[in-house]
Design a protein around this ligand. Structure first.
Ligand SMILES: [Zn+2]
Length: 466
């Protein structure tokens, strides 16, 4: 299998044996095992390693020459044999050419090698020439390698969707991406757009998105797939393609990255893709409420009361707490289909970032067993998350004088928890439900994880439901 996508440079992991050719071996080591590795080299090569200052530190490397001055091997410093990002630093640093895993003191599993290489090759190149071509890695195909490359492909998809500016990633663009994915894997696609949302009783999605331009009308995007007899899983993603904050407008700094407020939708699409691609024994129901939270004379207002699909009246305390408002109609619709499990992803609150920072999605879950599975997979797969409490006493923060409850907690305490509690109103306790408050963004570049859009927690979720 050779994976390539048109937008970014091709993923250069080759697993088709017929395409294998002579390749430069990569020998992995940590600091402690380096002497063992050096002992196998010629004196000149050892001397070269010293000259190059290679000490086996993670994410460093050196090319060791043969007697003719060609490349004999690459020595790669790796944290340890379990590092899922083991080779991520190499594809864009090594000279273009073909490489393979060699026998070093550390054995890098082929799936981690493939995964880290595929993501180490990623650059978002839609709007400029991507520069150099990444180096290629050839690894033997296996079930695990296929999974690793499918996960990497999903991760590149999330990054592409999130990195694309709003002008090219509005509600309609998201819909097109979903429609194309449904077509590719035999899912059934459906959508409700603009006034249809009112006619079919999705009033909250319409209220948030109605102020957007006529060609950027709010919509609900749906993919259904799989044998109806299989356990039903609803996957829901917040698709706020841009969040100005609405009439409670954000400041310039808070608005700057708001093209990424559809990160939850990108996660939902990626998870749906993996479920369909891997033909999991699941009845999939994917939903994305896609809107632009914009400003116009018909914007929804602070103090307005909106009737939701589930029948609750909510008083809008703050128009910038719009994600939960569009999600509540999607959740209500998901619940009507009687799913066993609902998983939602949303770039929902700044409070989750204050609590956990950019690298840890906040997990809220009404099912301890499901949460435990997620947390275990998160550790094993280096796809971290942190569980936070659905502390229902804080429902008092939503007290409204004129409606059933408000859309954002008063007082500003526990913002990530109260956002999750708002969603909790719409999911009955007999449905297993997990809510991920994700950042969907890398604030800094690390090997394999460049600054920009990011997929978080999803590999762990996939492993838990497979
Ligand atoms: Zn907002």
């Amino acid at each position: 299998m050779t994976v390539s996508r048109s937008r970014s440079p091709p993923v250069t992991v080759i697993t088709d044996k017929k395409s294998f050719r002579k390749a430069i071996p990569i020998l992995a080591s940590d600091r402690a095992r380096l002497p063992k590795l050096l002992a196998k080299l010629t004196p000149v090569q050892r001397r070269w390693t010293e000259t190059a200052g290679f000490e086996g530190a993670a994410n460093t490397h050196t090319i060791v020459p043969d007697e003719q001055g060609g490349a004999a091997m690459v020595l790669a410093g790796v944290r340890d044999a379990d590092d899922v990002w083991a080779l991520a630093n190499l594809p864009l640093k090594l000279p273009a050419g073909r490489y393979e895993l060699g026998k070093g003191p550390l054995t890098i599993p082929a799936d981690n090698a493939a995964f880290s290489w595929a993501l180490g090759s990623y650059k978002f190149a839609k709007y400029r020439k991507s520069g150099r071509v990444p180096a290629e890695l050839q690894v033997e195909d296996s079930t695990k390698v296929v999974l690793a490359l499918q996960c990497a492909e999903a991760q590149r998809l999330v990054r592409d969707l999130v990195n694309t500016p709003t002008e090219d990633m509005g509600p309609e663009h998201l819909a097109n991406a979903a429609r194309e994915q449904a077509r590719q894997f035999g899912g059934k696609y459906r959508e409700w757009v603009g006034e249809q949302l009112l006619a079919e009783n999705f009033p909250a999605i319409h209220a948030v998105g109605r102020a957007a331009a006529p060609d950027r009308q709010p919509r609900l995007i749906e993919i259904t797939w799989g044998n109806p007899k299989n356990p039903k899983l609803a996957v829901v993603g917040k698709g706020v393609c841009f969040d100005t904050g609405g009439l409670d407008i954000k400041g310039a700094e808070g608005m700057r990255l708001m093209k990424k407020d559809m990160g939850g939708a990108a996660h939902a699409l990626a998870l749906a893709r993996l479920i369909m691609q891997r033909k999991l024994p699941i009845r999939l129901h994917m939903l994305i409420p896609a809107v632009e939270n914009n400003i116009s004379s018909n914007s929804y207002r602070p103090g307005d009361v909106i009737k939701t699909r589930a029948g609750h009246h909510i008083e809008i305390h703050n128009t910038d707490a719009e994600g939960r408002v569009v999600l509540c109609d999607a959740l209500a619709y998901a619940v009507e289909q009687k799913p066993k499990t609902i998983i939602d992803f949303a770039t929902l609150t700044g409070a989750a970032r204050v609590a956990l920072g950019p690298e840890l999605p906040a997990l809220f879950c009404n099912d301890d067993k499901l949460a435990a599975r997620f947390e275990k997979a998160a550790l094993t797969l280096e796809d971290p998350m942190w569980r936070m409490p659905l502390w229902r006493n804080y429902r008092r923060f939503f007290d409204s004088d004129i409606a059933d409850f408000t859309n954002s907690g008063r007082g500003g305490f526990a913002g990530a928890i109260t956002a999750a509690l708002f969603l909790d109103y719409f999911v009955p306790s007999e449905v297993s439900w997990a809510h991920f408050d994700v950042y969907s963004w890398n604030d800094v570049s690390r090997p394999g994880r460049p600054l920009g859009g990011e997929m978080q927690g999803l590999r762990a979720v996939l492993a838990s439901i497979s």
